[in-house]
Design a protein around this ligand. Sequence first.
Ligand code: SF4
Length: 93
Amino acid sequence: MNTTMYRDPANPLAVRKEADDHWTDLSECRGSDPEIFYPITEFGPARDQVAEAKRVCYRCAVAAECLDWALRAGEPAGIWGGTTPEERRYLRR
Ligand code: SF4
């Protein structure tokens, strides 16, 4: 299987190595402000950030793939597949 180093669309500072034809090629968050996907908290004013990120995810054609990846990877931070870290912890249980 061929692999490619690519930048995570929700976190331009992160570089990941994944198989070619990756679902991130179709991600809705490409070009979005990455900060909205990494709120400091899920409460208070950051709730607006979370809501903004989720609105992007709800339009995303690869949200299911994104959520699946985040659950399998145990992604501890950020909005992935329209879910917060707390929501993913709940889904993993
Ligand atoms: S579901 Fe959200 S975080 Fe995941 S690729 Fe789509 S827009 Fe980006």
